[in-house]
Design a protein around this ligand. Structure first.
Ligand code: PLP
Length: 282
């Protein structure tokens, strides 16, 4: 049985207790991170801990573990659960006041801090060999997609709709411009050999994997929105995320991308990222 971390304690997963009044449960008043583990080490740890701090600041939650604490929690969980490859999920909620109330509780209410591991093969992923099929859906999320909150209902609905439509995942669009995937940043390589990726603003999550991947790109990079039509006509397309690394996209809305197989630049980039992640993991 897995050992999880809850509010400073390491306990078996079935012994974790959270109040029914926890604001994470009642209001999705919570932020989270997913950090991948390779060779028992943490990938892009500093980026994730910094983004968590930013998310917490944006919604005004304080009194949570600092960087060193998170490092200890992660290492402890990896060791106790013998994780060689997989992910660690972290979540911080605004805590559990004595009743349900839209008004934030007093500062005396401690945040709820949860972390657990998920062992999974990340490098040897059959989807990376086959490539993803995506369909576009309207981006109807709230206007602060840059904050990594646990309000994931819309993304989850859209992923399931994509699967019901015979695809693997959804790319979201606002007014015809692709913002990002359901849980990944979206990128294309044009037929002119330019990598195009949405700029960092409030419409997308500022992906930690995106930030680590872009310096490894051989092509010229343009950080600008791209349209659904441009994506359908791209030479290559891919998504980036902590658990998927770099994942080729081979079909968008039924249009084959390139020859319908993972593109060579994307395959190279996936390998370059995995090599870099192994080298820099802590
Ligand atoms: N965009 C969204 C909406 C996400 O949920 C995620 C990851 O969960 C990403 C992008 C990729 O971010 P990262 O590379 O930090 O995992």
């Amino acid at each position: 049985m897995r050992i999880i971390h809850l509010n400073g304690n390491y306990i078996p997963e079935n012994e974790g207790k959270i109040s029914v009044f926890d604001r994470g449960f009642l209001f999705a008043d919570a932020v989270y991170e997913v950090v991948s583990v390779l060779d028992g080490k943490l990938v892009d740890f500093n980026g994730h801990v910094q983004r968590l701090a930013r998310s917490l600041k944006e919604i005004g939650i304080s009194g949570t573990p600092g960087t060193e604490n998170w490092l200890t929690i992660c290492r402890e969980l990896v060791a106790r659960n013998n994780v060689e490859e997989g992910m660690i999920y972290w979540q911080v909620t605004r805590g559990a006041p004595a009743d349900r109330d839209f008004v934030f509780p007093s500062r005396n209410t401690p945040p709820t801090v949860l972390a657990f591991t998920q062992s999974r093969e990340l490098v040897d992923n059959p989807l990376a060999r086959r490539g993803l099929h995506v369909v576009t859906v309207p981006d109807l999320r709230w206007g602060r997609a840059d904050i990594k909150t646990t309000q994931l209902l819309y993304a989850s609905l859209m992923k399931n709709e994509a699967i019901a439509r015979g695809a693997d995942d959804a790319w979201m669009e606002r007014d015809g411009w692709i913002t990002e995937g359901s849980a990944q940043n979206a990128h294309i390589i044009t037929r002119e050999g330019v990598l195009v990726t949405h700029p960092l603003n409030r419409d997308i999550l500022h992906g930690i994997t995106r930030a680590a991947v872009l310096p490894l790109v051989a092509q010229r990079i343009e950080e600008r929105p791209f349209s659904v039509g441009e994506a359908e006509q791209a030479a290559e397309a891919f998504v980036s995320s902590a658990s998927g690394f770099v994942m080729p996209v081979v079909n968008i809305n039924g249009c084959a991308i390139g020859d319908g197989k993972p593109g060579s630049a994307t395959i190279q980039l996936r390998q370059a990222y995995i090599d870099c992640a192994r080298r820099t993991a802590i």
